[in-house]
Design a protein around this ligand. Structure first.
Ligand SMILES: [Fe+2]
Length: 460
């Protein structure tokens, strides 16, 4: 069935269509040579409504995590599992009859993030769900009762301190709360942040000394509840980035040209103390295009539900926030439509040189210092997902390592986990997966725990 004649919405058809069940497969076929030091698990989350279940928005389906276990140059297994949230197992509604919010009744479909030896499936409207390394669900986590609101799906682990910084937003006050989880998993700080209204805040950024907020004009509108994601663009809201000292103090806001940003690539402080933020930026048209294509209200009145791709409306952009002038300087870095930016996470919040993104049909590497780009196109009809960077052991260059991406066929013929050499985007290996993996959102490489040197001397 061609995409033109398929009556299903974009997110239920082609390479985005959900799969009907959970499977396991062992000893997967590999083309090329998997680097033996890639020992660990690649987990990737995405929405996957149950067969026959109504789906009003791409973002609303139950989370399903796809996992590939690599060890000693072999692809030992693939498995996929729905996250057993209470909305999955019991059909629990997020809004209780008394209109309070059940933070465990959520789809947990956006990201899968390790911290302090635990693995969390995340969605921005609720509590994290802990998973086992075999993708079984342990249950929702509120950090010993300390987390009382939602947790973003895009927390940032500070590579210097090991802390996990995150936030939650809500359509009722407090609209924005900053949180800090210690390196050993204790929620040690929660701070309410004043913002003018309730918006969808999908991501944020950190730098060495600051947190950067994205206060952008995608505002909450209860009248749109039937769309699943009751948010719409409001020109009247304005658009601003906020720089907040991590150690405490007021947020300094910088007005920016109205835009939406789902994802930050990275941010850092330059040598003069300016905060530099880079990521794919949507203007109004680009945003309307994706939002209506994935189930949101078509605010322009144009029917874009058949837009054909969920990627393509955003361009890589740089905002430089200057505390001297109080102004933001903006710069478009490219004219390709890209999404899902990644980087070497040992540089999160620190100056970086490379960002990795995907277009509808390619993986694109940016050298943001020189402006050079490189691309890898997996082939006609193939769509790469987010490319996760895994550093090589003892890497000296920032791009010494691999990119892992699940590539899926638009004609639903199958998927593979592709391993690219991040330095030149050449293909190192690919793992043939036993089924098509639907296009989804975000994932992580979770390396096997490094051997811990024994501190106990030999007995006797
Ligand atoms: Fe995201």
């Amino acid at each position: 069935m061609s995409e033109q004649t398929d009556p299903r919405p974009l997110w239920l058809s082609g390479h985005m269509a959900p799969v009907p069940d959970e499977i396991d497969a062992a000893d997967l076929p590999v083309d090329g040579t998997l680097p033996s030091e890639l020992s660990g698990r690649y987990f990737r989350n995405g929405p996957n409504p149950l067969p026959g279940e109504p789906s009003v928005h791409w973002f609303s389906g139950h989370g399903m995590v796809h996992g590939v276990r690599l060890r000693d140059g072999r692809a030992e297994w693939y498995r996929n599992r729905w996250v057993r949230t209470t909305s999955f197992t019991e059909g629990a509604p997020m809004l209780r009859p008394d209109l309070t919010v059940d933070r465990a009744a959520v789809p947990a479909n956006t990201h899968v993030v390790p911290h302090n030896g635990k693995i969390y499936a995340l969605v921005e409207v609720g509590f994290p769900y802990e998973l086992t390394p075999d993708l079984a669900t342990v249950g929702p986590c509120d950090f010993g009762g300390r987390l009382t609101g939602a947790m973003t799906a895009h927390p940032k682990e500070d590579p210097r301190t090991g802390e996990l910084l995150f936030f939650g937003y809500g359509f009722t006050p407090p609209h924005l709360t900053y949180h800090r989880l210690s390196a050993d998993g204790e929620l040690v700080e929660s701070r309410e942040i004043e913002v003018p209204g309730a918006t969808m805040m999908h991501d944020f950024a950190i730098t060495e000394n600051h947190v950067v907020w994205l206060d952008l004009p995608l505002v909450f509108d209860l009248s749109l509840a039937s769309h699943g994601m009751p948010y719409r663009w409001d020109d009247g809201y304005g658009a601003r980035l906020g720089v907040m000292p991590r150690e405490g103090g007021a947020v300094r806001w910088y007005d920016v040209d109205p835009c939406y940003v789902f994802h930050v690539g990275n941010a850092y402080e330059d040598e003069t103390g300016r905060v530099v933020v880079e990521g794919p930026r949507y203007g109004r048209d680009g945003f309307d295009r994706i939002w209506s294509a994935i189930g949101g209200p078509a605010v322009t009145g144009r029917d874009l539900a058949r837009a054909g791709s969920a990627i393509g409306g955003a361009r890589l952009h740089r905002w430089t926030l200057d505390p001297e002038s109080g102004k933001a300087v903006e710069e478009a870095l490219d004219d390709r439509g890209v999404e899902f930016p990644t980087h070497d996470e040992s540089r999160t919040g620190l100056p970086h040189r490379y960002l990795y993104t995907v277009t509808d049909d390619s993986i694109v590497k940016y050298d943001v210092r020189t402006g050079a780009t490189a691309t890898h196109a997996p082939g006609p009809g193939l769509h790469p997902g987010e490319a996760v960077f895994v550093p090589a052991e003892g890497a000296r260059a920032e791009d010494e390592g691999w990119l892992l991406s699940i590539v899926s066929d638009g004609a639903a013929r199958g998927s593979e986990l592709v391993v690219l050499d991040a330095s030149d985007l050449s293909r190192t290996a690919s793992v043939r997966l036993p089924r098509r993996v639907p296009a989804g959102f975000h994932g992580n490489w979770i390396p096997d725990a490094p051997a811990v040197p024994s501190t106990i001397g030999p007995i006797g």
